[in-house]
Design a protein around this ligand. Structure first.
Ligand SMILES: *Cc1c(COP(=O)(O)O)cnc(C)c1O
Length: 372
C-alpha cells in the first residue's frame, strides 16, 4: 500500500499527460510556453481569483508577495509553528522576523487568541512593526479566515493564505482568497494538486500586485527581461509542469470528493478508537492533504501498521519554533501549549483519492488492532 499513490492517478490521466508533454517537446517552448498561461487562467477560475501567477515552487509563492510588499528588516510576520518550515523560512529570507503563533487544538490551524496576544506583545515592545500574517490551511483545511481577516485589517497587515496543502479548500463555499490578499500553493508531487517536479502559484485579485509578482519572478523585469527595475529572482512555472497540471486540474474536484469519502469512512470507524480524529470546522470542505489522528504512542502505532504493510508519516513532531535555525525567534505568549500537547501524539494515515475500499478497511482494522 502507498501512503500517497501517484501511480494510480497517473494510470487515470496517462494519455492526456503524455500528449501534453509531447506537445511541449514539439513546440520547444520550455520557458513560459502557452500551457503556462492556459493553466494560470484555469487555476484562477478554479480558485475564483482574478489572477494566478505560476512560480517555481510553493516556497517562492509565499516569498514573492513578501518581496512585492517590501516586507523586510524590522517587520514582524506572524505564522503558526505547527507547519512545514517553508512558511517561516520565507519570512526570515526576506529579512523580517517570524513570530510563532499557537494552533487551535481541534483544527491544528492558527489560534486567533494566540495571534491577538502576539500582535499586542509586538506592539507593546515597539521593536518590530506588525506587517503580515501567514495563515496555513494545514492538512487541507481552511484556516478560520472569518476571525483572522478582521485581525489583519484592524492592524493594517497583509494576509497570506499558505494553501500549499489546502488549495481547493473552501469555507462557507468561498476560497481563502475571498479573505486573504494572496493565496499561495505548491505543486510538489505529494500535495493534493501536484505536478511531476517542483512548481507553485500565487492567486490574487490585486492587479498591481500581479504585475509586481510577474516582474519579481523574472529578475525584476520592466518592459522586458533585459530591463531590470527591481531586485527579483528566477521563479517560473515550467511549461512541461503546466502541461502535466492541466489534466490534473480537470479532475481535481472529483479527487477532492473522493478524498472526502475516504476521510468520512476513517472518521466513522476510528472516532472513539483513536484519542482524536480530525475536526473539520462547520462549513469547511477539506482537501485532506493528510489524515492525521492522535494516538497514545505514535511510534508503537507506526511499527504495528508497518508489520501489516501499511505506511504512516508524522507531520510535524518537531514544530518550526523548536528547529535549530528558528529557536531564537519569538513565540506568542508563554510558549505554544496546544502545539506542544499534540506533537507527541500525531500520526498520519494513507490518504489519496484512489485508496480502494479494501485498503481503507485494512488501514482501519490495523489501526483498531494497534489501539485495542
Ligand atoms: C509544501 C509546503 C510549502 C512549500 O512548498 P514547496 O513547493 O515544497 O516549496 C509551504 N508551506 C506548506 C504548508 C507546505 O506544506
Amino acid at each position: 500500500m502507498q501512503f500517497i499513490d501517484l501511480k494510480a492517478q497517473q494510470n487515470r490521466l496517462k494519455d492526456d499527460i503524455d500528449a501534453g508533454i509531447a506537445a511541449v517537446l514539439e513546440s520547444g517552448r520550455y520557458i513560459l510556453g502557452p500551457q503556462v498561461q492556459d493553466f494560470e487562467a484555469k487555476l484562477a477560475a478554479f480558485g475564483e481569483a482574478k489572477h494566478a501567477v505560476g512560480c517555481a515552487n510553493g516556497t517562492d509563492a509565499i516569498l514573492l508577495p513578501l518581496l512585492a510588499w517590501n516586507v523586510g528588516p524590522g517587520d514582524a510576520v506572524f505564522c503558526p509553528s505547527f507547519t512545514y518550515c517553508a512558511t517561516a523560512e520565507v519570512i526570515a529570507l526576506a529579512g523580517a522576523t517570524p513570530v510563532f503563533i499557537d494552533i487551535d487544538r481541534d483544527t491544528y490551524n492558527m489560534d486567533f487568541e494566540s495571534l491577538k496576544q502576539a500582535i499586542a506583545d509586538v506592539k507593546n515592545k515597539g521593536e518590530l512593526r506588525p506587517r503580515a500574517i501567514i495563515a496555513v490551511d494545514l492538512f487541507g483545511q481552511s484556516a478560520d479566515y472569518n476571525v483572522i481577516a478582521p485581525i489583519a485589517r484592524e492592524n493594517g497587515m497583509k494576509l497570506i493564505s499558505d494553501s500549499a496543502q489546502g488549495f481547493g479548500t473552501t469555507l462557507n463555499g468561498k476560497h481563502p482568497l475571498a479573505w486573504a490578499d494572496v493565496q499561495t500553493t505548491s505543486f510538489f508531487p505529494a500535495k493534493p494538486l501536484g505536478c511531476y517536479g517542483d512548481g507553485g502559484a500565487i492567486l490574487t485579485n490585486d492587479e498591481d500586485l500581479e504585475f509586481k509578482l510577474r516582474s519579481l519572478g523574472v529578475h525584476g523585469k520592466g518592459t522586458d527581461k533585459y530591463d531590470n527595475v527591481r531586485i527579483g529572482m528566477n521563479s517560473r512555472l515550467d511549461t512541461i509542469q503546466a502541461a502535466i497540471l492541466l489534466p490534473k486540474l480537470a479532475v481535481f474536484s472529483d479527487e477532492i470528493e473522493k478524498r472526502n469519502v475516504v476521510a468520512t469512512r476513517y472518521a466513522e470507524e476510528l472516532s472513539g478508537v483513536a484519542n482524536r480524529v480530525p475536526v473539520v470546522m462547520d462549513g469547511v470542505l477539506s482537501t485532506w492533504a493528510q489524515y492525521t489522528i492522535e494516538v497514545p504512542d505514535p511510534h508503537a502505532f507506526a511499527d504495528a501498521l508497518k508489520t501489516d504493510g501499511i505506511p504512516t508519516a508524522r507531520y510535524y513532531p518537531k514544530p518550526v519554533h523548536m528547529q535549530t535555525a528558528y529557536e531564537h525567534y519569538p513565540v506568542a505568549g508563554n510558549g505554544l501549549p496546544n502545539t506542544m500537547s499534540c506533537i507527541d501524539h500525531i500520526i498520519s494515515l494513507p490518504m489519496h483519492p484512489y485508496l480502494t475500499e479494501e485498503d481503507q478497511g485494512r488501514v482501519i482494522e490495523a489501526a483498531k488492532a494497534a489501539l485495542a
